[in-house]
Design a protein around this ligand. Sequence first.
Ligand code: NAD
Length: 303
Amino acid sequence: MTTQTIPRITLNNGVTIPQIGFGTLSVPPDRTPSVENTTKTAEVVGLALELGYRHIDTAQMYGNERGVGQGIAASRIPREELFVTSKLGNGNHRPDDVRRAFDETMQKLDLDYLDLFLVHWPLPTLYGGDYVSTWKAMSDLLADGRLRSVGVSNFQPTHLKRIINETGITPVVNQIEVHPGFNNDAARAASASHGIAVEAWSPLGQGKVLKDEVISGIAREKDKTSAQIILRWHIQHGHIVFPKSMHRERMQENLDVFDFDLSPTEVATIDALDKGETGRVGPNPDTFDWLPSGANPTPTVKP
Ligand code: NAD
């Protein structure tokens, strides 16, 4: 596997992103930003880069940005070959907090610039429902040259419509839960209608869809693993993915999905595994309101 064979998707601002990246949620499993966890994260990210990953997905709430930065620095890979994403924490939505939080991310990652920064969750039931001001403050970060692109995560069709109508600024990506158990059709279609690329989080359904009989049947026929079949399904749908594993063989296997195709019938068969809302492995963005301890969501701007 060489980095040349990972296709790149062109975002609506002209920036290109490797279609497969490496996810770092729960790397390591305990999110405490201890010295041990930072060292472990640096090791795992270093391994991902050694295996050919060039796109890393992290977030303020994963507690591992420092380790991600150390892994990147130790790799000595030229910065322009890498694509690095982080996400605004749920406690940092007030417009005045957005820049401070971004500065903290940059200091922890120890990078001169970030490729993509996302609003991690819309939190429509917190901050007086004012995710529009948060989005405006995020897009203001583009002006100082340290951020290449801004996007959102977990935005439902109504959330997308509102930020675009009220600010005139369209996100480059919407990072949403998508896997064969939960196609998330409405959010995918709304993103596509605005020219927003879909990043599929938990692309393997956090491992839960790997045992599906239909998927393992296709895997046997094609002499591939279930994970490879699912990732190939995402690739053929045009999704950007960043599966997470801390095991070398699985990390390697998850990159190795470019020497075979699924037929249109196989793609449709996997599409049909969708369980709708009951297939979600994560929370529903319309009601999700988790905040890191100490954060206070009292709105400073009324919606
Ligand atoms: P995933 O779908 O990538 O599944 C991860 C699990 O699948 C791992 O625990 C591992 O045990 C297993 N696995 C991985 N590769 C395998 C293989 N080849 N064979 C067998 N088992 C394998 O789940 P995820 O980590 O939740 O999602 C991927 C990334 O998406 C995260 O790391 C994070 O970067 C991002 N994410 C974002 C959000 C968001 O709200 N924006 C939410 C969840 C995840």
